[in-house]
Design a binder for this molecule. Structure first.
Ligand code: ADP
Ligand code: MG
Ligand code: MG
Length: 889
């Protein structure tokens, strides 16, 4: 006996997502819970995989099982597939575990041919409806299954409609004529006769679904979202119900809560006398779901009850699709609704308060990166008042953005690659535009509602989007956008500003400004005046209850430190002292120090820098009162501080009172073939101990001064680029000696730690030795990655993207920690270090400290904390909590 490839909707349930795909599991679950769903069956994702395993052949037994399932359905609904007198029509719908663009669109009304068409017209006594169904079927099948360019069909449709008619105004005769034209186009383009045999139609449609799994768009999408190719797609074959049978019929989509804001309200749209994708495709402008309450109160009532029931059943917001056939409601799909980051947090917090889910579930529901959206810019309200409002559409995706108009997605991708800020402006978007959408600052469409393709994708990407902006008329050929009711014509390349919070589109570049949360953080808004801020902090406080990993920030200035603290940082994990060297005219003293010939000269120059550094440290200690601050001694190669152009060198020589040739020789002498592996890090302090000395003195004096003022100070002094314990010992001796001197001098006891970065592979390998001196390790995973891969960070941009594209590497290791390689060194460093010093404090301060997957790894290897940029602190807090939850699964 062959394997079971086909499941009736009555045989499946929600837990079978992997096997049946999301759509299949959803309709099965709804069927099981008594929701009205048109009967049907699902071909499994395993069948899809087997199809590929067999070189694109149907698995053994699949077709027979399909026919058998069809028989069951026929009996259930009392119609027969291909029967001219009483034809059963079906839809064929793709459905992978995760819904994704590029998967085959749904074919509706499959099973129609000359005979069954006549039968349908007779049976319903509605020839216009039958013709409309046929026209749609030929169009969909031609485009989706036979691969004919959909625009050719659209063109025929708009010709037929003329200027002021809608699709619903076309007569049966016209529709039949259109269908014939479609077939002629198909014949010419695809070189095949339109299949008349319903079974042949079905077989072809199923094959097309399988094939779409490996289509370019689907593969691209899976790469972006890191979904494995091995999941496969399901195929759903389902009895048709008809939303296009007249004014008592409709089709629609809705969310059980507002996916943009999270408000607890039914949110959706429907179109009367329409079918399938009409709503999302923007064929006509749909009505808001609230209108249904007036137009069909009973259906609305039933619908809202089902929506609430599904939400309670799944304990999450549902995104549902429905059709009303002559006053009877049918549910066609339910899935967890995609939402903005802001909505995700609000909904999670609300559902906890409603007792629907617990806090832990709430924490799992929000992807850490989504928190970024709370930090998204808005249009400056004052600037908006004076700006030229062009048109208003639906606020569909968060943020506000300026950009130049681009009408073509390829062009958008190309121009953004060149660093241009573009806004993709389309009549509507389709899955094949994905790359252009990703590349744009914002997406603006003329047609389509809040559930249109543009809106859904934008929200998922966390991208600013305004859709359904009906006053825009886009002329692709002329590269122009007309604004109705005005004489404004925008051209490709013109600047516009799009406000994804209000839906307004402005001419030119209108100033944008910080998000509410940022305003609160910066003290420009009272916390109690911002609901968003309340949700944000409540949610994050739950993350803090759960996580064990500490979260610190990388901050070099008191301003950064303040922001970090407000975002919940529990200390500074990396304070880079060299940034302080650049401020104002300090650089002059620094340069003097570098070109100095004798230690005395060098000390003289350093003496000028010392009080300035000390002041900076005091500022930071003050802000971080009570929290640890890790300060790294000078790290970068010295030539980075020197000028390079001739004119600049001359100026500097003049300022320093030395001759140009001497300065040039000095600079030349510092040039290195391989600066990344050259004279930098602790190597500087080893040749010039007076630098380390000066820095240590600045730190301890700052600490003593602050302490005297009642500020709690916990400096942690960190020596960079150590590869051998001797380097740390030598630098550590200086630090400890200076600490003793300052303590003796000031009479203050300063509680400090001495530690090192672990960023040279050899340091990780000899961590047990290094820990004899180091009281803490901070993994500098930027350098550690560079040196482990032997790929220079400064040069990797040339070749690394190709590695990722060709899948040689899953991710860019400078973005996502390479757990297998670099991670092993981290793990080893922790273990060996703690074998010497059990209470060794460990953290990470590379870019990876704010990347969710890497944060989770840090939790698993037992680091004490991660440190990341101030704006990523909230992301790290959530990721750290999720790491604990994942452990408990
Ligand atoms: P998608 O994955 O793009 O949402 P669906 O398979 O859900 O694709 O199909 C899109 C739309 O087609 C549905 O929302 C529904 O309006 C229509 N549709 C699909 N199957 C049927 C059916 N059996 N009867 C009526 N309409 C259907
Ligand atoms: Mg679709
Ligand atoms: Mg759907």
């Amino acid at each position: 006996m062959s394997k079971k490839w086909v499941y009736l909707f009555t045989e499946g349930n929600a837990s079978m997502r992997d096997l049946l795909g999301g759509k299949g599991a959803g309709v099965a679950e709804m069927t099981r819970t008594g929701v009205p769903v048109p009967p049907g069956f699902t071909i499994t994702t395993e069948a899809c995989n087997e199809y590929y395993a067999r070189g694109k052949q149907f698995p053994e037994g699949l077709w027979e099982q399909t026919l058998a399932a069809l028989k069951v359905i026929e009996e259930q609904v009392g119609k027969k597939f291909g029967d001219p007198d009483n034809p059963l029509l079906v839809s064929v719908r793709s459905g992978a575990r995760e819904s994704m663009p590029g998967m085959m669109d749904t074919v509706l009304n499959l099973g129609l041919n000359k005979e069954t068409l006549a039968g349908l017209a007779r049976l319903t006594n509605n020839p216009r409806f039958a013709a409309d169904a046929y026209r749609r079927f030929v169009q969909l099948f031609g485009k989706i299954v036979l691969g004919v360019d959909g625009e050719k069909f659209e063109h025929v449709m708009s010709e037929a409609k003329g200027r002021d008619r809608q699709d619903t105004d076309l007569t049966a005769e016209e529709l039949m004529q259109i269908a014939e034209t479609f077939k002629a186009i198909i014949k010419e383009d695809a070189g095949v006769d339109f299949p008349e045999d319903p079974y042949e139609q079905l077989r072809m449609a199923i094959t097309a679904v399988f094939n779409s799994w490996m289509g370019r768009r689907a593969v691209d999408y899976r790469r972006v979202y890191k979904i494995p190719d091995t999941l496969g797609t399901g195929v759903n074959v389902q009895t048709m119900v008809f939303g296009n049978m007249g004014n008592d019929s409709a089709t629609g989509v809705a969310f059980t809560r507002n996916p943009a804001t999270g408000a607890d309200e039914l949110y959706g749209e429907y179109l009367v006398n329409a079918q399938g994708e009409d709503v999302v495709a923007g064929i006509r402008t749909p009505k808001p779901i609230s209108k249904l309450r007036e137009e069909m109160p009973e259906v609305y009532e039933q619908f809202s009850q089902i929506a609430k029931m599904l939400e309670r059943h799944y304990k999450d917001v549902q995104d549902v699709e429905f059709t009303i056939e002559r006053g009877k409601l049918w549910m066609l799909q339910t899935r967890n609704g995609k939402r903005t980051g802001m909505a995700a947090v609000k909904i999670a917090v609300d559902m906890v308060n409603e007792g629907l889910i617990d806090k832990r579930t709430a924490l799992r529901r929000v992807q850490p990166e989504m928190l970024n959206q709370f930090l998204f810019p808005i249009v400056n309200p004052a600037a908006a008042e004076h700006a030229t409002r062009l048109a208003r559409g639906l606020a569909a995706g968060p943020g506000a953005a300026q950009g130049r108009i681009v009408l073509d997605p390829d062009e958008a991708a190309a121009r953004s690659e060149q660093g241009e800020r573009v806004i993709l402006v389309r009549t509507e978007t389709a899955p094949e535009d994905f790359h252009g959408m990703v590349a744009s600052q914002a997406i603006l469409t003329a047609r389509g509602g809040l559930t249109s393709h543009a809106a859904v994708v934008a929200r998922q990407l966390g991208k600013c989007c305004v859709c359904g902006c009906g006053d825009l008329e886009i002329d692709y050929k002329a590269g122009a956008v007309h604004v109705h009711g005005t004489d404004v014509i925008l051209k490709d390349g013109d600047w516009i500003t799009v406000d994804g919070h209000s839906g307004w589109v402005y001419a030119g570049q209108v100033e944008t400004q910080e998000a509410e949360v940022i305003q609160v953080i910066r003290g420009q808004m009272k916390p109690e005046d911002s609901k968003l801020y309340g949700y944000f902090t409540t949610f994050l406080s739950w993350a803090d209850e759960v996580r064990r990993l500490g979260v610190r920030a990388n901050a070099d200035t008191p301003t950064d430190a303040r922001v970090a603290r407000l975002f919940g940082a529990e200390g500074i994990g990396l304070c880079r002292t060299e940034h302080m060297f650049f401020e104002g005219d300090r650089i002059d003293a620094v340069r003097e120090m570098i070109v100095a010939d004798t230690p005395e000269d060098r000390r003289r120059a350093l003496a000028k820098i010392e009080p300035l550094q000390q002041g900076d440290f005091e500022g930071i200690f003050e802000v971080m009162d009570g929290l640890p601050v890790t300060i790294r001694t000078l790290d970068p190669p010295l030539h980075e501080f020197l000028p390079h152009g001739d004119r600049e060198i001359e100026e500097l020589a003049h300022k320093m009172g030395i001759d140009v040739a001497t300065l040039k020789a000095k600079i030349e002498g510092l040039r290195e073939a391989n600066p990344m592996l050259g004279f930098r890090g602790c190597r500087l302090g080893i040749e010039y101990p007076e630098i380390t000395e000066m820095q240590a003195r600045a730190i301890f004096h700052a600490a003593a001064n602050c302490q005297a003022r009642g500020i709690k100070v916990h400096p942690e002094i960190m020596i960079p680029l150590v590869g051998d314990v001797s380097e740390l010992r030598m630098q550590g001796d200086i630090v400890r000696r200076v600490a003793d001197e300052v303590m003796a001098e000031t009479g203050q006891k300063i509680d400090y730690l001495l530690g090192t970065m672990i960023e040279v592979p050899r340091a990780a390998l000899t961590a047990d030795k290094i820990a004899t001196i180091a009281e803490f390790f901070s993994f500098g995973t930027n350098d550690l990655t560079q040196m482990t891969f032997g790929m220079s960070r400064d040069d990797a941009g040339r070749f690394l993207p190709l590695y990722v594209e060709r899948k040689l590497l899953k991710d860019d290791p400078f973005e996502v920690l390479d757990q297998e390689g670099v991670g092993q060194l981290v793990r080893m460093g922790v273990e060996r270090g703690r074998s010497t010093r059990p209470d060794l404090k460990t953290g990470i301060c590379g870019e990876h400290g704010g990347e969710p997957e890497s944060v989770k790894f840090c939790h698993r290897v037992g680091l004490n904390y991660v440190s990341c940029s101030p704006y990523r602190v909230v992301i790290a807090r959530l990721a750290a909590a999720q790491a604990v939850l994942e452990e408990q699964k």
